[in-house]
Design a binder for this molecule. Structure first.
Ligand SMILES: Cc1cc2nc3c(=O)[nH]c(=O)nc-3n(C[C@H](O)[C@H](O)[C@H](O)COP(=O)(O)OP(=O)(O)OC[C@H]3O[C@@H](n4cnc5c(N)ncnc54)[C@H](O)[C@@H]3O)c2cc1C
Length: 418
């Protein structure tokens, strides 16, 4: 495996006397979507005992609980015991209120991270995988040493050292404060209310995937969605694609307005989720040392144009587990095809420069193409022919201008709006 040199290599350091010293074949750092998926995929292949899964006990570092939605086979072994809702149908609502009902080729599936962690946790325990409450603070991976060394601290602050043949790091990536030249970064940010109504208000068979009726701030995209889990319960979210998230009051105002637009009857908010997902074409290396790879968001699993990550993280994890079991280096596959990343890069640029109105663009995609094609595009699974068909309906002038801009010196390029 190439040494990308991103993991600093240091001379061997003698462990502190009270260090807990462990050896594992595969150290998986982080038990979020990607880390759980990999440990589970190994356990399902009979290789659970090879795994040490390290998750921070520190609340300030830990990824908060969340819901993951994606197009999946709900009967997939990776989701056994984790599926919270399945929608065979979805609605898309255009900026003017036109509603389109999609019969989804693959259902839209909701997984709550807490349920998933419990279901996978039970499988890992049965498979003999080790789980360690450790905050990882350093990695040493040198071509001169037979194992990589993961260092960290347990909940009491005692040092822990895990020597591993392979390290799979899924900690969220730290993007530089400044976006590198020629790259684009938008934030997908959202707050969702888990609501309960006093009367039946939702169709549990149909999710509202995107509703573009919320006001569209210039150069940004805003939409709401409604994910019903019963006739009286739903996750109602407000999402923006922009340079900065809203503050709490901003989200609540947007959600109140959206609930009114969507015609929700009186409801109680029983829980809240909030998050920010960077949508970017910045490179995220998957191989960062002779024995260290990155997976999930850290390994480029977030689709730049949509923020969807979960399905790609699962796909990467299955491939990495397959490689490990077959005795091959566990290099995660590229999460998305090159041409999809190139399309995303253009689209992001067209959005941030304001050349393309995001809401109209996305609503138009659904209006002008079969649901299957658009869903496959959002999921990163379209064929070249499908991509061509999608590009033919994209606003030609703005997209061509964005392509042409790439040839200009940086100073002459259009700056992001906002
Ligand atoms: C609120 C929210 C909702 C989302 N919903 C969707 C969705 O519906 N569909 C979709 O496709 N994507 C969604 N995403 C995007 C993406 O799927 C998630 O962010 C997903 O959790 C990414 O998985 P991951 O394993 O890469 O990272 P994470 O799930 O964040 O996992 C990283 C893990 O590393 C641990 N960790 C961090 N630091 C350390 C350390 N120093 N030592 C040890 N462990 C550490 C964290 O506690 C965490 O468990 C959502 C994101 C958010 C924030």
């Amino acid at each position: 495996m190439p040494d990308a040199g991103a993991v600093p290599t240091r001379p061997a350091v003698r462990a502190e006397p009270d260090t807990t010293d462990l050896t594992a074949d595969v150290a998986v750092v982080g038990a979020g979507a990607a880390g759980l998926a990999l440990a589970d995929a190994l356990a399902r292949r009979g290789a659970g005992e090879r795994v040490a899964l390290l998750e921070t006990p520190r609340a300030d570092l830990r990824s908060p609980e969340r819901t993951w939605c994606s197009w999946q086979d709900p009967a997939s072994p990776a989701l056994a015991g984790s599926v919270g809702a399945v929608w065979p149908h979805a609605d898309v609502v255009g900026p003017g209120g036109a509603r389109q009902r999609l019969d989804l080729p693959v259902p839209y599936v909701l997984v709550r991270s807490g349920d998933h962690a419990r279901a996978v946790g039970a499988r890992l325990a049965a498979a003999g995988a080790r789980r360690l409450a450790v905050t990882v603070t350093g990695l040493r991976d040198s071509p001169d040493e037979p194992r990589a060394v993961v260092r960290g601290h347990d909940a009491e602050g005692r040092p822990v050292r895990v020597r591993a043949r392979w390290v799979v790091d899924t900690r969220p990536p730290r993007l530089p404060p400044e976006v590198p030249p020629g790259r684009t970064r938008l934030l997908q940010h959202f707050r969702g209310w888990f609501v309960r109504t006093r009367e039946d208000a939702f169709d549990p068979a149909a999710a509202v995937l995107m509703d573009f009726r919320p006001p569209q701030p210039p150069g940004e995209v805003a939409f709401g969605y409604v994910l019903p889990t019963s006739p009286r319960e739903a996750l109602v979210e407000y999402t923006g694609f922009s340079a900065a998230p809203l503050d709490g009051a901003g989200y609540d105002a947007a959600l109140r307005a959206y609930a009114a637009t969507a015609g929700l009857p009186p409801f109680d908010v029983v829980a809240v989720e909030q998050g920010v997902v960077p949508m970017t074409d910045e490179p995220l290396p998957r191989v960062v040392g002779p024995r260290t790879v990155r997976l999930g968001t850290a390994g480029g699993a977030t689709r730049p144009s949509t923020g969807y990550t979960f399905a790609a993280a699962l796909r990467q994890a299955e491939a990495v587990a397959g490689a490990l079991v077959a005795g091959r280096p566990p290099v995660p596959p590229r999460a998305y095809r090159r041409r999809h990343l190139a399309m995303d890069s253009l689209l992001l640029r067209a959005l941030v420069t304001g050349r393309v109105e995001g809401a109209a663009f996305l609503a138009d995609l659904f209006a002008r193409h079969p649901a299957e094609r658009v869903v496959r595009f959002l999921d990163g699974a379209t064929s070249p022919w499908e991509d061509l068909a999608l590009m033919r309906t994209a606003p030609r002038g703005p997209m061509l201008a964005t392509v042409a801009e790439r040839a200009l010196p940086r100073g002459l390029r259009r700056q992001p709006r906002g």
